[in-house]
Write a protein that binds this ligand. Structure first.
Ligand code: GLU
Length: 369
């Protein structure tokens, strides 16, 4: 899952979106794109394979005006990393950016093709754009209503932000397995998959919860929960000091992260050690007695987190003498794992958003209940 940034501001948003994407670069991605609605309500879209800088250069050559827009860095799951697969994806007046996976995109795609929709990418994302367009066209409803009607038809872990050129003063966002945070300004509002992207614009945030749908305008934020009831989510004032979105003089993000390891370990242990011992009180009053019963450990992760899991396996077995298995999340989630007695299930994710890892966690919870 990669990066999303959206803005509905008082000024032109191109700079805000590009800065947001730059700050999400540390997560890795293969292409980047943005769409902005011009003051004449025309959708302007630019996409590039490779670095955000390539997108920036393209926009510097042909500047884009407009105070509402959405942007994305893509990590391809469906379709090659080529320009026509980069986000935003468009269906006439609808533009969509999407993190995650739509598992049932194939039957939806077939249905929409049968209705006359032409697909211009190989992504799962494009079905969201056409589906919402189809609902608006056949049911003559608002974007916000159409999104509420589309959600039950989409299966998977995803986060989306959607724009409609006919209503250039709203953004609609949905959170279903992939985090989204609203950045609140004065007469302007923002949305992103990570607050880091918005720190230059605001320090006031509202985190969407699982299943939330948000309607964002210049001056208002309306949030519906998964049962479509209006809810108030708390404002959080960020005091984030750590700036992962900055290479801090290192040649690349991986180098920066390697040198940060001693500090990362220090920060993780801070407040979790008392009298030379790990303090488990954060895990709840029963944590100690539950952990004492553990007979097996199952670690599930992807990529670098999987490698970290393999190191943890050696330590768990050598130091605690507890048998430990490590599995790639995409394997675990697509098989039917047997329930094991007194097994401690641990998921690891660098971003906290890895779709396969989250799905594996849900599956593990389902197995035990
Ligand atoms: N599944 C989408 C795609 O392949 C989104 C991937 C992402 O999260 O960046 O385009």
């Amino acid at each position: 899952m990669c990066g999303i940034v959206g803005a509905i501001a008082k000024c032109d948003v191109a700079e805000i979106l590009l800065e947001g994407l730059k700050r999400l670069e540390y997560r890795g991605y293969d292409s980047a794109g943005l769409a902005i609605i011009s003051p004449q309500s025309v959708l302007q879209r630019v996409r590039r394979v490779g670095k955000v800088q390539a997108l920036k250069d393209a926009i510097a050559q042909y500047p884009i005006k407009g105070s509402i827009g959405i942007a994305h860095t893509r990590w391809a799951t469906h379709g090659e990393p080529v320009e026509h697969n980069a986000h935003p994806h468009v269906s006439s007046f609808i533009a969509v950016v999407h993190n995650g996976i739509i598992e049932n995109f194939e039957p939806l795609r077939e249905k929409l093709i049968a209705k006359g929709y032409q697909f211009r990418s190989e992504t799962d994302t494009e079905v969201i754009a056409h589906l919402i367009h189809d609902i608006i066209s056949t049911e003559d409803c608002s974007l916000f209503d159409a999104v509420q009607k589309a959600i039950p038809q989409l299966r998977g872990a995803y986060g989306t932000v959607i724009m409609d050129t006919r209503n250039p003063d709203i953004l609609v966002a949905t959170r279903s397995g992939s985090p989204l945070v609203i950045g609140c300004g004065v007469g302007e509002n923002f949305i992103a998959s990570d607050q880091l992207a918005l720190l230059p614009a605001t320090r006031q945030f509202i985190y969407l919860e699982e299943g939330d749908i948000a309607l964002i305008t210049h001056n208002s934020i309306t949030i519906l929960d998964k049962s479509h009831n209006e809810v108030i989510r708390p404002y959080i004032e960020s005091d984030a000091k750590y700036d992962a979105g900055n290479k801090a003089g290192y040649s690349h993000y991986m180098q920066k992260e390697i040198y940060e390891q001693p500090n990362a370990i220090k920060n993780t242990l801070e407040g979790r050690m008392t009298h030379g011992k790990i303090d488990l009180s954060e895990l709840g009053a029963e944590a100690k007695s539950i952990l004492r019963q553990v007979e097996h450990i199952q670690i599930v992760a992807c990529g670098t987190a999987y490698n970290a899991g393999m190191v943890a396996r050696y330590w768990f077995e050598a130091l605690a003498g507890i048998p430990c298995d490590v599995e790639i999340a995409s394997e675990f989630r697509y098989r039917k794992p047997a329930r094991r007695k007194n097994s401690l299930f641990i998921t690891l994710s660098q971003s906290g958003e890895t779709a396969d890892t989250l799905a594996a966690l849900w599956l593990a919870k389902k197995i035990v209940t």
